[in-house]
Design a protein around this ligand. Structure first.
Ligand code: AP5
Ligand code: ZN
Length: 214
């Protein structure tokens, strides 16, 4: 099964993708994580995208499509596209890549969350630098302050683009360039809206129900 998690910054895409990986053994393909990894390892591409990401703008289609093409070629049991596609050009490219590989897209989960909640979520988020677990100051704190529940690491970080200025740009980019994908996938009969404002386990249950029988 191959699915897309579609939603604005902070909607909970990464959080739910990690649950699906754990529960179903699917492969998470997060273009955001791939781009951050390229930055950390200091590749030429990573350096080129760093400033664009910190400002909250989208990086160019050819870069992210190239990243997804490489990952699909590695194979896997079922893919969760997290943060991709984000433009109509990316959506068309994904359709063509899946087609070439003889794969289908089963569902597009649209995570609906209002802007006010997004600001609270983004400004309270921190992530484990070792295992990638995502936390929140209020809704998902670590059991022991400063220590990751999953791997015990103390390397807990906040993202450079999780500030109010960049978030404003990220939201504008989302509404301008990504939200047209809602109609695009609705027209293809693939769209499954879930209430992203519910608590984490309830959202997971709604996603499970949307995927039942797929
Ligand atoms: P990316 O890394 O994809 O960031 P994003 O889309 O802004 O999404 P986030 O990771 O911020 O949020 P999320 O929905 O995963 O929420 P999370 O689960 O963490 O992209 C970053 C940048 O990379 C882009 O700006 C762009 O520059 C570039 N980029 C990436 N992909 C690209 C592409 N395809 N094309 C072009 N450029 C691209 O949750 C957020 C917080 O809320 C956490 O603290 C979590 O604990 C909490 N939380 C989650 N769910 C709940 C819940 N149900 N209730 C309460 N709290 C919750
Ligand atoms: Zn960890």
């Amino acid at each position: 099964m191959n699915i897309i998690l579609l939603g604005p910054p902070g909607a909970g895409k990464g959080t739910q993708a990690r649950k699906l990986v754990e529960e179903r053994g699917m492969v998470q393909l997060s273009t955001g994580d791939m781009l951050r990894a390229a930055r950390t390892s200091g590749t030429e591409m990573g350096q080129r995208v760093a400033e664009v990401m910190d400002r909250g703008q989208l990086v160019t289609d050819d870069i992210v499509i190239g990243l997804i093409r490489e990952k699909l070629a590695e194979g896997g049991k079922g893919f969760i596209f997290d943060g991709f596609p984000r433009t109509l050009a990316q959506a068309d490219a994904l359709g063509a890549l899946l087609n070439e590989a003889g794969m289908a897209l089963d569902s597009v989960i649209e995570m609906q969350v209002d802007d006010e909640a997004l600001v609270r979520r983004i400004t309270g988020r921190f992530t484990c630098g070792n295992c990638g677990e995502v936390y929140h100051d209020e809704t998902k704190p670590t059991a022991k302050p400063g220590v990751c529940d999953v791997c015990g690491s103390t390397d807990l970080k906040r993202r450079a683009d999780d500030n109010e200025d960049s978030l404003r740009t990220r939201l504008l980019e989302y509404y301008k360039k990504t939200s047209p994908l809602i109609g695009y996938y609705y027209a293809k009969g693939k769209l499954a809206p879930v209430d992203g404002l519910a608590d984490i386990d309830e959202v997971a249950a709604q996603i499970g129900a949307a995927l039942a029988g797929k």
